[in-house]
Design a protein. Structure first.
Length: 211
């Protein structure tokens, strides 16, 4: 899998295009504010858009969808718990556990509520990477103080899902730079607090996010 990150908006939301390594297919994850940028990238690469994968309903992750759909009709995927909060079209309601194919590679939808009730991470085990939306970032976790956020659900998502990824798993979050789980287990104080492992915490001193 090849990945293109596009950053947009005043809070610099990350969106991603996932390109099939040998083939012409792609998925878009969280097309933020500027749908035209995503269309331009997929067209320039001559790729066939299989769908739009949404980690959650917030506008800074969904704002470019209508522009994309006006030019490339494809299914939109969102967890069913977030659909009532979203004003746009959803074609596939996820429950968590679904597997999507990008060529020979499987992308699994993992339900990780906490930031929103329907937050999802998209995990590609073969490539050893995960698109985490606003669930987990390099040095903190997603906010839980918004209307459908929950501290308890975030803690459960961290313990039951995030903590199971191995150190080499690369995280591509909804904001900020990518990292790997080795970095999270050393420098993410909120993750370590949930896991009861703050003794392992090391303030980030500028070293690479992924080694």
């Amino acid at each position: 899998m090849e990945i293109k990150r596009l950053v947009g908006g005043n809070i610099e939301s990350n969106g991603y295009i996932l390109f099939e390594k040998k083939g012409d297919a792609c998925f878009i994850v969280d097309p933020g504010y500027n749908g035209e940028k995503f269309l331009k990238e997929t067209a320039a690469a001559g790729r066939r858009l299989l769908g739009i994968l949404l980690t959650h309903h917030h506008y800074d992750h969904t704002g470019g969808i209508q522009k994309i759909l006006s030019a490339a009709d494809c299914p939109v995927y969102m967890h069913r718990n977030d659909i009532p909060k979203y004003k746009g079209r959803v074609d596939v309601a996820l429950d968590g556990g679904e597997s999507l194919l990008l060529g020979a590679e499987t992308i699994q939808a993992l339900h990780t509520p906490g930031h929103t009730r329907g937050s999802v991470c998209f995990h590609a085990a073969q490539s050893g990477l995960c698109f985490t939306g606003d669930t987990v970032f390099n040095v903190d976790l997603g906010r839980t103080d918004l209307p459908d956020g929950s501290d308890a659900e975030m803690e459960a998502s961290v313990r039951n899902v995030v903590s199971r990824w191995d150190n080499a798993t690369r995280l591509y979050p909804g904001h900020g730079d990518p990292c790997n789980m080795k970095f999270v287990r050393a420098h993410n104080a909120e993750y370590l607090t949930v896991m009861g492992e703050m003794a392992a915490y090391k303030p980030w001193n500028g070293e690479a996010f992924m080694k």
